[in-house]
Ligand binder design. Structure first.
Ligand code: UDX
Length: 437
């Protein structure tokens, strides 16, 4: 099929590449010249495992072009809207000006029978509004809301083999003409058994907000348990293992630590609360305020623990932060708890060095005042304390016996509870985890 993908950020660049991989003829469109130039040359604007390789795969490049010219959307049967919906400045609500601008720019090029497929995370009601707007210009085009659930770091696999597809169509009916067209787009994953649900527009939009709210709640739940564990000297990792063995609960997303960050969970739960408020349903989501508060409290807690670990004062202490990305296998530092903690430590007088395998350039743009060192060995040299804040595999595998020689004082704070506490202690380290004795 002929497909246009509007917006070539984390979501769109992956989606365009994967659609080309599925054999469709794809044009990726973005207003950012630099991003498009990079993509044309096989360079994604961010780090995502497998993406660069796929982008340079002959079978993909034959099917894929990138442009800043919206006119090239003309002739596509399906137009995916993949632009960002960041948090509005000074407000909880989502800023959907990019979605509105993308659709407005696309309107002149829509033909009868075309599908406009929204993948961006939007406040419920957006699809209905866009549907009415598009109908004024091209009454025979269809609007589908098809939320994206991909995780950064696994984006290619999540796009080609998702857990499910959700198609939100105007009447919520399986017989809606858009359903068969989208089935053709996703023919390969559907044939391999990926389930697909057809809903109305509002339900599809809500599925995404609800899924992210549930995940955020699960993380904040276990972090709340970590607070209680700390108060009594219990171990939250064992608690998570034990409750996670109950099938109804499940072990995934029960890793206590420094909390969630990134470009999705924090802003999506806030936007959901704001939208519920507009709809007069704010009471239904007041628990998300607590989810957010528990999450933000983790960052303060880590700073306190780091101070404790450094004998009560951070002033002049050389602290090495291992990890700047909001999670491993990503160079994304949007709302990264690791970076926010690094900045707070620096404000409190610590001499902070941040290292990360992929995210240092993005981190330096966001917090230019921090000191960055790409080489792990150089970063830990003469440190008074190490803080493992993003659980990259190479940090999980650090050898405490070898490392003890290069630091000034063997102190480690394991912000993700991924190190073997007994081994580190045996090697002479003062070890602190989160919610662990
Ligand atoms: C998330 C959703 O998972 C995805 O479905 C949606 O489409 C976009 O938002 P992503 O932001 O890529 O994806 O990251 P995710 O893997 O969900 O992790 C989010 C944050 O939670 C990270 O900061 C991670 O470190 C943290 N986390 C995750 C925990 O602190 N504990 C856990 O047990 C799991």
């Amino acid at each position: 099929m002929r497909i246009s993908v509007i917006g070539c950020g984390y979501l769109g660049a992956v989606h365009a590449t994967c659609m080309a991989r599925l054999g469709h003829e794809v044009v990726g469109i973005d207003v950012d010249e630099q991003k498009i130039e990079g993509l044309r040359n096989g360079r994604p604007p961010f780090y995502e495992p497998e993406l660069e390789q796929l982008l340079n795969d002959g079978a993909v490049t034959d099917n894929l072009t990138f442009t800043t010219d919206m006119a090239l959307a003309s002739g596509s049967d399906v137009h995916f809207v993949c632009v960002g919906t960041p948090q509005k400045q000074g407000e909880n609500a989502a800023d959907i000006t990019h979605v509105d601008a993308a659709v407005a720019a696309l309107l002149p090029f829509l033909a009868a029978g075309d599908l406009v497929v929204g993948k961006s995370t939007v406040p419920v009601g957006t699809a209905g509004r866009l549907c009415a707007l598009i109908a004024l210009q091209q009454p025979e085009a269809h609007v589908v809301w098809n939320p994206e659930f991909l995780r950064e770091g696994h984006a290619v696999a999540d796009t080609i083999h998702p857990d499910r597809f959700v198609y939100g169509v105007k009447d919520g009916s399986e017989d809606h003409p858009a359903v068969a067209i989208l089935d053709e787009v996703y023919a390969a994953p559907l044939a391999s058994g990926t389930p697909r649900l057809v809903t109305d527009h509002a339900t599809a939009e809500l599925v995404k907000s609800a899924a992210n709210s549930f995940l955020a709640t699960k993380i904040s739940f276990i972090n709340a348990m970590a607070e209680v564990c700390e108060a009594v000297g219990a171990d939250v990792t064992q608690l998570a293992d034990a409750i996670g063995m109950d099938d109804r609960i499940g072990r995934k997303f029960l890793n206590a630590g420094i909390g969630f960050g990134g470009g999705c969970l924090p802003k999506d739960i806030r936007a959901f609360m704001a939208r519920a408020g507009e709809l007069g349903a704010d009471q239904a989501l007041t628990f998300l305020r607590e989810v957010d508060a528990i999450n933000m409290r983790r960052r303060t807690r880590v700073v306190e623990l780091a101070r404790d670990l450094c004998n009560g004062s951070l002033l002049g202490k050389r602290v090495t932060v291992l990890g700047a990305a909001f999670k491993p296998e990503s160079d994304d530092v949007r709302d990264s708890p690791a970076l926010s903690i690094a900045a707070q430590l620096q404000l409190q007088g610590a001499v902070v060095t941040v290292t990360d395998p992929k995210a240092l350039a993005n981190a330096a743009r966001r917090f230019p005042e921090l000191h960055y060192e790409p080489d792990t060995s150089a970063a830990v040299e003469r440190a008074d304390a190490l803080l493992l804040l993003t659980e990259w595999q190479e940090y999980r595998e650090l050898d405490p016996y070898a490392l003890v020689e290069s630091v000034s004082s063997p102190r480690v704070l394991d912000g993700r509870n991924v190190l073997d506490a007994a081994k580190w202690r045996a090697a002479g380290w003062a070890y602190r985890g989160l919610g662990r004795p």
